[in-house]
Every structure is written in structure tokens, then in C-alpha cells.
Design a protein around this ligand. Structure first.
Ligand code: ADP
Length: 522
């Protein structure tokens, strides 16, 4: 998301609200040390519906560094008690959290659609992902496996155990406003850490719902703290705080770089999950109908606002015409509208900033040589669209791999189709971007599928499926500018939220010097 934001400046949806909200905005305070409290600033920002900016979803505190200070102090105070509670007991509380999320799924999904626009089926999926993550990771309460290994000296025992890292700062984006916070929060808690969460400015309500549910199931005061507000102030204050041992961040590559340098300054652990420019490869032996299905879902699901979105499709020349005709046809027929309407296929984009950035890229695409705007390309602003941020599903065809629209993350309903003559060419183009999150291939040939799997330098790979659709029990993350080597989800996430402690127990009753003393057969 970074490139165009730099050019356009920040203009999030809260700055673009209409003068007269239809509903009386409810106030949703911060959660610090087990209390629901307003910010010391006394200021609030409005969270508006991107499908209709007259609809204000709620007011949230514009917090300050002092609020972060209080939240960090609360998390510090709770840390020892929480870490000493046996992990299976911590997990029991989290299983109860899973039950609440199941009960509230529909309500939370509706509120999420209202605050961020994606269609109800997808927000239901977002809450479901939080449920899956909760059950799966709570199960780790009875595992959190370490290991034993032989020691090199006699009468000596060697093992490795996990210990919590301590106080964790969680900074989250708006596109998966319950799933992503849960991916960080639940493992952090199972592992025995306490946390301060800073949700995205555009979607604090879904994180509020998650945290409120934590309170309801009796997670002790101070273990989970929520502070809303601007990234540049509260996000930065959290990142810079000397008591915060770890920052887990998901967002743009641009912001991730700032977070990483700030953590490096004070030697804090930092896990980053950032952008993508994901490719679907369609070979000449592919089931073209299935590939089109995957390309539509990958490009236009969540209005293209997923880090795993299929924003590039590399198609073999032998099926290129058939594929592009079908893709364009399908894109034209998608029903754009309010995500709360069951008939809607694709909702709005998140805010005015995103809207202008996406339209900016569409303009760039039209100016660049060789690409053809095959459908879409415009903002929808009449009638039912008049008060929202709607963009037509957009397909560029005949693109070349070096074009900006084929290189930079647009984070909107725009996909770019590139013709190729061979699998090797497709793989080279697939890998020829700065990101490395997800890739996919459509082919009936198992040899080609495995070859591509082996050659694509990404963190996620699909065969005969789109680039989106991660499951919580497999690691999630990417290579190159997508991340910094960590993986969320799966058991791999435990390596973010715990540190290893190697333990040696010498029961020989004498000094034994590793690497120095001889150990003989006699
Ligand atoms: P997006 O482009 O999706 O809004 P950002 O990277 O700007 O992505 O935001 C992701 C999260 O990072 C949000 O919660 C945002 O408030 C936070 N954030 C933004 N700037 C900073 C910063 N300088 N330090 C820490 N967090 C930040």
C-alpha cells in the first residue's frame, strides 16, 4: 500500500465524514487494567461506514502516549501472575472466548461489514478465522512442546523449554479487523504474555468486540489492554516503549520499516507481516473455468484489499484469449454495493485515501505502454453509491511485467493479466516483484505443479486454487519485502511469542566441562 499513500498523503475515512450522521454515535472507550476508560486527550474520532459515510458506527478515543504509558504499566503489573498461571489454565479461559465468538458471530460480522465494507459472507469468515485461531491455539495450552536431547557428558540431562517473551505490543490493520488481532492476541496469551493492542484507525470496533469478549470470559485485568488512536502517535509510542519486549505488526511495508527500525534501536523483538503482489499462473492445460473462478475471487474478494489478493494473472498464450474474455465478463457482472446487502458481490474500499490511490493506479495503468483497460476503471458515485467509496472491478490485459500496476501493491479491485509463452517465463515473472507472500498455479500436470511450487519464492503456494484462503493451522507469512522471516499461525507462531531456554541438569556430582573434558568408553 505504501507507494501511492506517499504521493497522496493520509486521508483516512474518519477525515471524510459527512456533516450529519444518521445515527447517534456510541462511544467505545479504551480498555486499560480491566477498566473501560476514555483517553486523557478527551478527544474522540468517528468510525464511519465506507459504504455510506453518513452512517457513523461509533466514536473511539484519540489516545496519546500517556494512554500507552498507562496500558503498558497495567500489562506490566499483570505479567507475573499471568505467566505463572499454568498454560492449560490460560487455555481454558481462551476456549470460553471461542464460545462467545461463536455465539456473537453474526452480530460481530454485521458490525464489521458496517465499519469496513466487505460483504457479510467475508466478515463472517473473518470472525470464523478468529474462532478457528482461538480453538486451535488454545489447544497449544496442553502442548507448547519443547524438546529433550542427549547431553555430551555422562550423568547430564539436556532440554529446551519455551518461556513467554513478556509484554507484547500488537499493531493491526483494517482489512481483517478481528482475524488478524486474534492471530496475534491468542498465541500471545496462550504463551503467557500480556498485551497492549493498537487497532487500525478505520476498524477499531471489531477489535473492541474481541477485547470485550476477553473481559467477558474473565481474562484478568491488565492482561489484555486496548488503546485506539493514530499510528503515528500511539502506534509509535507503543513501538518505542522500553518495557515492550515485542512488537507484532501487520500493515504496509512502509510503516513496517519504521516499526522495525524503532525496535532495532532498543533491541526489541519485531515480527512484521506486510504487503504482497501475488500471482496466479494459468498454464495451457489448466481448467480455464476454474482458473477464472479463482482469479475473480482472488482479485475482487474484499475489494482486492487483502495482502494475499491475486493482483497479477500470468496466462499462457494458448488459453489467453479464452481466459481474459471470461475474466472480463465475470468482472463486469459482479454486483458492487453495500456489503450488508446479501446480493452484493463486492463492497466499497476502505476510505477516501484508498479510493484516490486506486484510481491513481488505474490512471497510471492507462498511461503505461501496452496495457489495455479491459473493464472497470471508474469510481461509482451515483444513486446508491453516492455516499460511499466504490470502485468498479477493474481488469487490465496485455500488460507487461515491469509496469507499475504489475509491480506495486494497489490494494484495490484491480488485476493485471500478463501473457506468457512458457512455465519458466511465468515463474520468472511471478518471482520478479519485491514481495513474496502468495502464488498459485492452475495446471493438470503434476510435474509442472511441483516444479512451480519449488521455484516460487513465496511463503504460501496453491495448486488449482486462488492465492487467498489461508487456514489457521498452517504458517502464514512471506518472503522478501512481505516480512522479516517470522510466520504467524500454525505452531510456528509460538516461535514469535516465546523465547527458548536451554536447560542443562548435571547430576554427576562433579564439574564436567563441555568441549574440554574427555569422555571415554571405559
Ligand atoms: P494501512 O496502509 O493498511 O493503513 P499502515 O501500515 O499505515 O497500513 O497501518 C497499519 C497499522 O499500523 C495501523 O494500526 C496504524 O495505525 C499503525 N501505524 C501507522 N503508522 C505507524 C507508526 N509510525 N508506528 C506504529 N504504528 C503505526
Amino acid at each position: 500500500m505504501a507507494e501511492a499513500k506517499k504521493a497522496l498523503g493520509r486521508n483516512s475515512k474518519k477525515q471524510a465524514r459527512a456533516a450529519q450522521p444518521r445515527t447517534t454515535p456510541k462511544a467505545y472507550p479504551n480498555y486499560i487494567g480491566g477498566e473501560w476508560v476514555s483517553s486523557g486527550s478527551g478527544e474522540w474520532f468517528e468510525n464511519v461506514n465506507p459504504a455510506d459515510t453518513r452512517d457513523c458506527v461509533g466514536r473511539f478515543p484519540v489516545s496519546t502516549a500517556r494512554d500507552i504509558e498507562r496500558a503498558v504499566a497495567a500489562a506490566r503489573d499483570a505479567a507475573d501472575k499471568w505467566r505463572r498461571l499454568p498454560a492449560p489454565r490460560r487455555a481454558e479461559i481462551l476456549f470460553r472466548l471461542g464460545e462467545i465468538l461463536i455465539r456473537q458471530k453474526e452480530t460481530f460480522a454485521r458490525e464489521m461489514t458496517r465499519e469496513m465494507g466487505k460483504v457479510l459472507k467475508e466478515t463472517g469468515g473473518d470472525v470464523q478465522e478468529a474462532i478457528d485461531c482461538t480453538y486451535y491455539t488454545a489447544g497449544e495450552g496442553r502442548r507448547l512442546h519443547g524438546f529433550t536431547t542427549p547431553a555430551e557428558m555422562p550423568d547430564k540431562f539436556a532440554m529446551c523449554v519455551r518461556q513467554p517473551v513478556g509484554l507484547c505490543g500488537l499493531i493491526t490493520p483494517w482489512n481483517f479487523p478481528m482475524a488478524i488481532p486474534s492471530w496475534k492476541l491468542i498465541p500471545a496469551l496462550v504463551c503467557g504474555n500480556t498485551v497492549v493492542i493498537k487497532p487500525a484507525e478505520d476498524t477499531p470496533l471489531s477489535t473492541y468486540n474481541l477485547v470485550k469478549s476477553c473481559e467477558e470470559v474473565g481474562i484478568p485485568a491488565g492482561v489484555v489492554n486496548l488503546v485506539t488512536g493514530h499510528g503515528e502517535t500511539v502506534g509509535a509510542a507503543l513501538t518505542e516503549h522500553p518495557s515492550v519486549r515485542l512488537i507484532s505488526f501487520t500493515g504496509s511495508t512502509e510503516t513496517g520499516r519504521l516499526v522495525a527500525s524503532s525496535c532495532a534501536e532498543r533491541n526489541a523483538i519485531c515480527s512484521l507481516e506486510m504487503g504482497g503482489k501475488n500471482v496466479i499462473i494459468v498454464m495451457e492445460d489448466a481448467d480455464v473455468d476454474l482458473a477464472v473462478e479463482g482469479a475473480v475471487w482472488g482479485a475482487f474478494g474484499t475489494s482486492g484489499q487483502r495482502c494475499t489478493a491475486s493482483s497479477r494473472v500470468v496466462v499462457h498464450k494458448k488459453v489467453y484469449k479464452k481466459f481474459t474474455q471470461q475474466l472480463v465478463e465475470r468482472a463486469k457482472n459482479l454486483r458492487v454495493g453495500d456489503g450488508l446487502d446479501e446480493r452484493t458481490d463486492m463492497g466499497p474500499v476502505i476510505n477516501a485515501d484508498a479510493l484516490h490511490k486506486i484510481l491513481g493506479y488505474i490512471e497510471v495503468g492507462q498511461r503505461e505502454d501496452r496495457a489495455k483497460l479491459a473493464c472497470g476503471g471508474r469510481r461509482l458515485e451515483k444513486g446508491e453509491y453516492a455516499h460511499g467509496y466504490f470502485v468498479e472491478p477493474t481488469v487490465f490485459t496485455d500488460a507487461s511485467p515491469g509496469m507499475r500496476i504489475a509491480q506495486e501493491e494497489i490494494f484495490g479491485p484491480v488485476t493485471t493479466v500478463i501473457p506468457v509463452g512458457s512455465l519458466e517465463e511465468a515463474i520468472e515473472i511471478g518471482n520478479g516483484v519485491r514481495y513474496g507472500l502468495s502464488a498459485s498455479i492452475y495446471t493438470q500436470d503434476v510435474n509442472r505443479a511441483f516444479h512451480a511450487m519449488n521455484e516460487m519464492y513465496t511463503g504460501i503456494f496453491y495448486v488449482n486454487s486462488s492465492t487467498i484462503g489461508a487456514e489457521v493451522h498452517l504458517p502464514f507469512g512471506g518472503t522478501k519485502a512481505t516480512g522479516n522471516g517470522h510466520r504467524e499461525a500454525g505452531t510456528q507462531v509460538l516461535d514469535i511469542f516465546t523465547e527458548w531456554k536451554s536447560v542443562y541438569v548435571d547430576y554427576s556430582g562433579k564439574l564436567q566441562r563441555a568441549q574440554i573434558d574427555e569422555v571415554n568408553f571405559e
